[in-house]
Design a protein around this ligand. Structure first.
Ligand code: 2P0
Length: 346
């Protein structure tokens, strides 16, 4: 049996300027540009292997050990685009194996809870598209390939690139200018760190796609957000990254998380992604920054209750002194706060 195999990993990215709203649902074209930080591959990632050969009788997908359907329009769109690019190479070089005609078997595994608002679809589609692009030996740039990943899941386009990434919304109706570009590599700001507080690992109530559609269709605040708020914030946040201006980056990140959740609340019926523990974490972050009279931490929440905290490495112990006080029973820990002072956050 002739088989060709390729494997890759793709990391999770966490938006600091949120994507929420589509102007084209089939092509996943957004109503605003967004910015994210791609996490390190050693932390949250999807590992995907693909295999193809003339004797494979049907396309198949295994996700975290269970067989899943490959029939969704999104996955089919990604496969069709990748096969088209491969076919172009085969037309140019008749010695290449005719992989574009063969079925694929895809095996994918996350090392974190799936669909719990930890951007699993971003890493998932990024890994799927990257693995097949590798198998097909496609010469296209990562920004070009990001347009294919975008059709799988909007935020997936940002996971193709490392470090600080912008997804430029584009203007064209065919999506040919809606792609991810790198603002700066991870090494540009090496002391930036992210911590994830897993408040709940269960599946989210309202899937992102239907949540976005509801917000676009019913929220007045959303119109203000995409017209008057995000365009300025996009420019300011890019600048803050390039200048390593931590207080500005942190403030914009927190404000944009709050703005996105406000549009969810302004949807009708309202969408609640954060729970009381999430809200306690927000209060705690503001308390910590006020306590030190300095920006120590920035929070952001996606379509779920889990918190992602950004901070600078040199402030790690200042931040975790509070996190451990509140969430962990550390034997021998000498608490500086009374139970009452701490429980106000929960
Ligand atoms: C983001 N989120 O920018 C925003 C913030 C959730 C909140 O991208 O429908 O899974 O597959 O394009 O990418 C989650 O939405 O949605 C998301 P689809 P996706 O990260």
């Amino acid at each position: 049996m002739t088989l060709f195999v390729a494997s890759t990993t793709a990391p999770v990215n966490i938006a600091t300027l949120k994507y929420w709203g589509k102007r084209d649902k089939t092509l996943n074209l957004p109503t605003n540009s967004s910015i994210s930080v791609t996490l390190s591959q050693e932390d949250l990632r999807t590992l995907t292997s693909v295999c193809t050969g003339p004797e494979i009788t049907e396309d198949k997908l295994w996700l975290n050990g269970s067989e899943e359907s490959l029939k969704s329009e999104r996955t089919q769109n990604c496969l069709a685009d990748l096969r088209k690019l491969r076919m172009k190479l085969e037309d140019e070089d008749s010695n290449l194996p005719k992989m574009s005609k063969w079925n694929v078997v895809i095996v994918s595994e996350n090392n974190f809870p799936t669909a719990a608002g930890l951007a699993s679809s971003a890493a998932g589609f990024a890994a799927l598209v990257m693995a097949i692009a590798k198998l097909y030996e496609l010469p296209d740039s990562l920004s070009e390939i990001s347009k294919i990943a975008r059709k799988g899941s909007g935020s997936a386009c940002r996971s193709l690139l490392g470090g600080y990434v912008a997804w430029e919304m584009g203007e064209k109706a065919d999506g040919s200018d809606s792609k991810a570009v790198q603002i700066a590599p991870m090494e540009h700001w090496p002391n930036m760190k992210a911590a994830i507080l897993v408040v709940s690992a269960s599946k989210k109530d309202t899937p992102s796609t239907s949540g976005m559609q509801l917000t676009v269709g019913t929220s007045d605040l959303f119109q203000h957000r995409i017209k008057d708020v995000v365009p300025h914030r996009f420019v300011e946040m890019k600048q803050a990254v390039l200048e390593k201006d931590w207080p500005t980056f942190a403030e914009l990140t927190m404000k944009d998380s709050n703005s996105f959740h406000a549009t969810c609340l302004d949807s009708f019926p309202p969408i609640f992604y954060m729970n009381d523990v999430s809200k306690g974490i927000i209060k705690l972050c503001h308390f910590i920054n006020a306590f030190y009279n300095e920006t120590i931490v920035a929070y952001t929440f996606d379509a779920g209750p889990n918190a992602v905290l950004y901070y600078l490495e040199e402030n790690e112990s200042k931040l975790f002194a509070f996190i451990y006080e509140l969430f962990a029973e550390v034997p021998g820990w000498d608490s500086k706060f009374s139970k009452d002072e701490l429980t106000q956050f929960l």
